[in-house]
Design a protein around this ligand. Structure first.
Ligand SMILES: [Zn+2]
Length: 630
C-alpha cells in the first residue's frame, strides 16, 4: 500500500471536514432561510412591567434568604404556573442552601471595667465601674476577625501606622503585647487625600501591623468626620482571618468616653495631624473585654424551574436550558460599587431583572409555539455569591444533564447601546459563529461575538459540563452594582430586539435536526469584545484560570488554566485550590474576580494554592499579570 504521506492525509482530513461543514451549513442555511424574524406585539410594555416589579424597592434588591427575593420567587413562579410550564417533582422550586456571608451568634459582647478617679480618694479604695456596649450601636465585629474572647488594657495608637521610610511610627515607645489597640481609620466614602499619612491608610495593613506588634485585638475607629459614627459593611475587608486577631469597629462617640478629659481622642488626633508626629496613650485604669463569634450565614433559597415539552417524538427527549439569575445584592451586602454612607437598596433593574423579564417572555412565547426539543426555563439564585444556583442545578439536574444540548443565558440585557448585542460563548460550538452571523444578517441588531466562553455568569456552570452555551449581554454601565441601577434606565425597545434574536436562536437550535456540537476552549481563543473595566475598579489585568464550581471550604478550585495565560505560565494546574490572591483570601469566583480587579497588567502577584494528596501541599506562585489581548 502506497504510503500516504502526512501532508496528503491532512489534506484528506481537511477535505472531509470542509465537506461536513458544508453539509451542516447547507442544512443550517436551508433551515435558516426557513426561519423568519418574529416581532411580537407589546413586548416592550410586558417586559417593562416585569422589570418595574422585580426592581421595585419593595423587593429590596432580591438578596438570597430575604423576604424581597421571596416576593420575586413568587412572582416568577406564578408566571410559570399561569403560562402552563411543567414543574419538576410537582414543584417549580429547587431549594438549596447558600452561604451569604457571616452572621453574629449570641456570644458577641463588649464590656469595660474602669475606675473613676475621685479627688482625695486613693486609687486602691476606688470601686471599679462597669459598662457594657450594645452590639450594632456601640460596636460591631468585622468579618476578618477571628472568633474568641480577650480581656486587656486599652492603648490608643493613633493611625496604627509604622512607616520606616518617613520615620513615623505610631507604636514608638509603647508596648502593646496582649493589649487591645485603638486605631484610627479613614471613612470609606471620602479617602483623605491631603493627610500626610494618606498613602499608608490601607486598613488591612494597619490590622497586620497591630498583629505584628503583638496586639490581642484591634478596635477600628473612624477619624474625625461626619461619618465617624457610621459602621463599615462588616465584609468591607473581605474575610481573611488574621491569625487569631480579634478585629472590631467602635462607634467614635462611644469609645471617646474612655479617654481622660485632658487627653481626649480628638485632641490627640489633632496633635498628630498638626505636629506630624505620633501620639499614643495607654487609657488609664481601663480594662476592656471583647467576645466575638461569627458563623457562616447559611440561608435557604431556591431556583425557579419549569419546562415546555418538545413537540417532536424523538427530539423532545433532548432539552435546552434558558436561564437568568433573579437574585441581586440587596442593600449592597456583597460586591457593591457604591461607597455612600447610607445603606441603599440596589434595585438591580438591568442586573438582572432585565434577564428575568426576558426569561418570562421567552417562556410565554415558546409555550404558545413549542420547539421540537424541550425547553427548561430556570431563574437561578445565588449568582452574585458565585453562581451558586446554576452550580447547584448542574450538580442536581431536574432533567438528565446529558440530554441538555444547549444553554442560553440572559444577564444584563436591558441597557442596549448603539443597537448592539454582545454574545459570549460563540466558540462553545463549531456552528455558532455562522449561526450568529446569519441572524445578524436577517435582523437589524448588531451582534458582537465574544469568543470567550467562560464569561462570569451562569452559562459558565453549563460550559464546564461540556454543554454549548450562549450568553446575551448588552454591556456594563456606570450603574453596575450601584443603587442607581433602576428600571427608569432600562431600554425596553432594545430588550425587545434582544429577545427577537433570542427567539430566533432558540427556534433554530430547538428545531434543528442535529444538536450543536460542543467545542472546548481554543488555545487561539481571542476576543473581539473587551467589556470596559468596571467603573471604580479593574484595569483589564488578565489572570487566565478556568473556574471549577465544585464548592470547597478550603478556597476556590480551578478546572484549569486558559492556554498561554499568566496562570499557566506561572505553573498553576487543574484542580489547584486557590486560597490567596495577593493579600486577599479567596473563597469564591466573586472574591477572585474582585481581587484581580485591584491589579494592573504587568503587576506581579503572589498566589497561594493547595494541591496534592488531601491538598496537603501549599505552593506559592509569583504570577505576572498581562493585559487581555485584543
Ligand atoms: Zn448579573
Amino acid at each position: 500500500m502506497k504510503q500516504v504521506s502526512a501532508t496528503n492525509r491532512n489534506k484528506k482530513q481537511v477535505g472531509t471536514f470542509a465537506a461536513l461543514m458544508l453539509l451542516m451549513l447547507c442544512g443550517a442555511f436551508n433551515f435558516l432561510f426557513s426561519q423568519e424574524i418574529v416581532t411580537v406585539p407589546n413586548t416592550e410594555s410586558r417586559i417593562s412591567d416585569y422589570i418595574k416589579f422585580l426592581a421595585s424597592d419593595s423587593l429590596e434588591g432580591r438578596f438570597p434568604g430575604t423576604p424581597g427575593i421571596e416576593k420575586a420567587a413568587n412572582f416568577i413562579e406564578q408566571h410559570f404556573r399561569n403560562t402552563g410550564l411543567i414543574p419538576f417533582n410537582s414543584s417549580y422550586r429547587q431549594e438549596l442552601p447558600v452561604r451569604t456571608g457571616l452572621k453574629l451568634t449570641g456570644k458577641n459582647a463588649v464590656s469595660f471595667e474602669f475606675l473613676i478617679e475621685k479627688l482625695g480618694i486613693p486609687k486602691e479604695q476606688l470601686k471599679p465601674s462597669h459598662k457594657s456596649w450594645e452590639t450594632g450601636t456601640d460596636w460591631q465585629p468585622i468579618n476578618i476577625t477571628d472568633n474568641g474572647s480577650v480581656t486587656g488594657e486599652v492603648v490608643f495608637c493613633g493611625f496604627g501606622i509604622t512607616a520606616k521610610d518617613i520615620k513615623y511610627d505610631d507604636y514608638e515607645g509603647i508596648d502593646v503585647k496582649g493589649k487591645i489597640v485603638i486605631v484610627l481609620t479613614d471613612s470609606s466614602e471620602n479617602k483623605p487625600q491631603k493627610h500626610f499619612l494618606a498613602e499608608y491608610f490601607d486598613i488591612i495593613t494597619k490590622v497586620k501591623n497591630a498583629r505584628d506588634h503583638g496586639a490581642a485585638a484591634v478596635v477600628l475607629v473612624k477619624m474625625q468626620s461626619d461619618s465617624a459614627n457610621t459602621f463599615y459593611a462588616t465584609n468591607f475587608l473581605g474575610s481573611e482571618k488574621q491569625n487569631g486577631l480579634i478585629v472590631i469597629q467602635a462607634n467614635r462617640t462611644s469609645i471617646a468616653k474612655f479617654f481622660p478629659r485632658s487627653e481626649a481622642m480628638y485632641i490627640l488626633e489633632l496633635e498628630i495631624n498638626k505636629k506630624k508626629a505620633h501620639k499614643n496613650l495607654l487609657l488609664p485604669n481601663t480594662k476592656m473585654t471583647i467576645s466575638v463569634e461569627l458563623t457562616d450565614d447559611i440561608r435557604k433559597t431556591c431556583n425557579i424551574i419549569g419546562m415546555v415539552k418538545g413537540s417532536d417524538a424523538t427530539l423532545s427527549d433532548e432539552n435546552i436550558v434558558v436561564g437568568a439569575h433573579y437574585d441581586h445584592i440587596g442593600w449592597g451586602e456583597v460586591n457593591t460599587n457604591y461607597k455612600g454612607r447610607q445603606k441603599m437598596i440596589h434595585n438591580g433593574a438591568d442586573d438582572n431583572a432585565s434577564g428575568v423579564a426576558g426569561l418570562m417572555e421567552m417562556a410565554s412565547r415558546i409555550k404558545q409555539n413549542p420547539l421540537k426539543r424541550s425547553v427548561i426555563f430556570a431563574a437561578f439564585t445565588g449568582e452574585e455569591l458565585g453562581i451558586l444556583g446554576s452550580n447547584y442545578y448542574i450538580n442536581n439536574p431536574p432533567a438528565p444533564l446529558d440530554k441538555t444540548v444547549f444553554m442560553l443565558n440572559f444577564d444584563m440585557i436591558g441597557r442596549m447601546k448603539d443597537n448592539t448585542l454582545n454574545v459570549f460563548g460563540t466558540n462553545s460550538s463549531v456552528s455558532f459563529p455562522a449561526m450568529m452571523d446569519s441572524i445578524s444578517v436577517l435582523d437589524s441588531v448588531k451582534i458582537i461575538k465574544a469568543m470567550e466562553t467562560i464569561a462570569p455568569s451562569d452559562n459558565a456552570s453549563f460550559y464546564v459540563k461540556q454543554i454549548p452555551v450562549l450568553f446575551f449581554f448588552t454591556g456594563v454601565h456606570t450603574d453596575y452594582h450601584r443603587p442607581s441601577d433602576d428600571w427608569e434606565k432600562i431600554n425596553s425597545n432594545g430588550e425587545a430586539k434582544v429577545l427577537r434574536v433570542a427567539e430566533t436562536t432558540l427556534r433554530m437550535i430547538g428545531n434543528a435536526p442535529l444538536k450543536p456540537l460542543y467545542q472546548a476552549p481554543q488555545p487561539s481563543e481571542t476576543t473581539t469584545y473587551q467589556p470596559p473595566a468596571t467603573p471604580g475598579g479593574g484595569s483589564g489585568a488578565w489572570f487566565g484560570i478556568v473556574p471549577n464550581f465544585e464548592g470547597t471550604p478550603l478556597g476556590f478550585k480551578i478546572a484549569g488554566t486558559s492556554p498561554g495565560s499568566p496562570a499557566e505560565k506561572a505553573g498553576l494546574k487543574a484542580n489547584d485550590i486557590i486560597t490567596h490572591f495577593g493579600d486577599k483570601e479567596i473563597k469564591s469566583l466573586g472574591e477572585l474576580s474582585a481581587a484581580i480587579k485591584e491589579y494592573k497588567p504587568g503587576d506581579v502577584v503572589k498566589v497561594i494554592v493547595l494541591r496534592g494528596k488531601e491538598y496537603s501541599d501549599k505552593k506559592t506562585f509569583e504570577v505576572k499579570l498581562e493585559r487581555k489581548s485584543k
